[in-house]
Write a protein that binds this ligand. Structure first.
Ligand SMILES: Nc1nc2c(ncn2[C@@H]2O[C@H](COP(=O)(O)OP(=O)(O)OP(=O)(O)O)[C@@H](O)[C@H]2O)c(=O)[nH]1
Ligand SMILES: [Mg+2]
Length: 393
């Protein structure tokens, strides 16, 4: 029988506090005795079979997603996010087959300073939409995130009730990678969710930075969540981001904050006057809401519906989608050519010398570029890179 030792951890209170009933069991080295605890004897004997999930075929994915099976949808998204070239090509085949089922959802983007209440709004707003018969998918974009589990748990617990709602699907940002890589994966994830029957897609930006522009380029309606006190240096919100917004939502308009929120609304309204509208045929306004008290959310939904009607009537809704699609193609070409060029060993070999010459004033930047382009052989470079779309590095 192995011997167990239990001890009191050093961080436990010194006085024997009864409420603090904690002791820690020591680990046992080289355990051979399988009668103790709940240790699976097969693990010790190295016999435990690896549980392998059934490998799904392209047909399995297409059928499962079409039927709206969440598990298959989840796995299809994992396939999209994978950096394995085999997965990439399979994901593309699935997406290609599902493309006809995409494009029908309303895509909403939401940004704002950390702590403004984006997740809480999405939770309350998403639940409200689900109650009204919608199916809501929530995605987050965070090009800086390199860890997975923490952020998944973080957002799932913050959107606790929504994540348990059968009509909602929450998927955090793919971890790490370049902004371009994250953007592609998020776009394809969005399409996958649409194919699975989600008619409202909400994308939250995490962290302030470049991701606002990326999300704006994926959605129909973009809202900026702010807090009261617009005068306070705009709370670090760049004017440029206000120019992207179709609505400015002043959250936490509750309790003692309500009055201040009303004042802020006036301030924002005055500021918007001087800003070019984000969408042709739509006038951006500031609105109040409280995600906590669930007020102002129905009004927000009405604003979004009015936006959709107005922009569809004007033709700007479809025009934006068309432009987004083409811009996506162009940005991927940009990125791939960029990667081919800067990963090319010949270019890399020449680069230090050219850089030095530019810095010494021996050649002009234009001349430097001309020289490098001349030695760049795209066919050679393309052969070197097996997976063009792997933008994870
Ligand atoms: N009083 C009040 N508090 C709110 C409201 N909405 C959110 N909060 C609180 O504000 C805090 C931040 O909310 P989050 O929803 O996590 O904010 P977020 O913008 O998603 O934050 P990040 O994801 O970290 O950028 C939480 O403690 C919420 O409970 C509101 O309407 N009123
Ligand atoms: Mg959040």
């Amino acid at each position: 029988m192995a011997e167990y030792k239990s001890f009191k951890p050093e961080w436990a209170p010194n006085d024997n506090d009864k409420a603090f009933a904690c002791s820690v069991m020591d680990g046992i080295d080289n355990i051979k005795d399988t009668t103790v605890g709940n240790i699976n004897p097969k693990i010790i004997q190295g016999q435990r079979k690896k549980i392998r999930r059934k490998i799904l075929t392209v047909d399995d994915y297409v059928d499962g997603v079409t039927r709206g099976e969440r598990m298959v949808l989840s796995r299809a998204i994992t396939l999209i996010e994978s950096n394995n070239p085999a997965h990439f090509s399979k994901a593309q085949q699935v997406l290609q087959r599902l493309l006809v089922r995409t494009g029908k959802a309303l895509r909403i983007g939401i940004t704002g300073v950390p702590g403004a209440g984006k997740s809480t709004i999405i939770e309350a707003f998403g639940n409200m939409l689900c109650e009204n018969g919608h199916k809501v998918a929530v995605l987050t974009i965070d090009p800086t995130s390199s860890v997975t589990k923490g952020s998944i748990l973080g957002d799932k617990t913050r959107m606790g009730t929504l994540s348990r709602n059968q009509n909602a699907f929450i998927r955090p940002s793919p971890a790490g990678g370049t902004l371009g890589g994250v953007a592609r994966k998020s776009r394809e994830t969005m399409l996958m969710c649409e194919a699975a029957g989600y008619d409202i897609i909400i994308i939250e930006t995490v962290g302030v930075g470049q991701s606002e522009v990326t999300v704006r380029s994926m959605v129909d309606f973009f809202m900026l969540v702010v807090l009261t006190g617009a005068g306070d240096e705009l709370q670090g919100i760049k004017k440029g981001i206000m120019e992207l917004a179709d609505a400015i939502v002043i959250n936490k308009a509750d309790g003692d904050n309500l009055l201040k929120a009303k004042v802020s609304r006036g301030e924002y309204e005055r500021m918007i006057e001087y800003i070019r509208p984000a969408t042709e045929g739509w006038k951006t306004h500031a609105y109040l809401c409280s995600a906590l008290k669930k007020t102002g959310l129905l009004e927000l939904w009405q604003v979004i519906n009015a936006f959709v009607s107005a922009t569809k009537a004007k033709g700007s809704f479809q025009k934006r989608r068309d432009n987004q699609l083409l811009a996506w193609v162009h940005s991927m070409i940009d990125e791939h050519l960029h990667n081919l060029f800067f990963d090319d060993p010949v270019i890399n070999g020449r680069m230090p010398e050219v850089r030095e010459a530019v810095l010494m004033g021996k050649i002009s930047p234009t001349q430097a570029v001309a020289e490098l382009i001349q030695v760049f052989d795209i066919e050679r470079a393309a052969k070197k890179r097996v997976d063009l779309f792997n933008t994870s590095q």
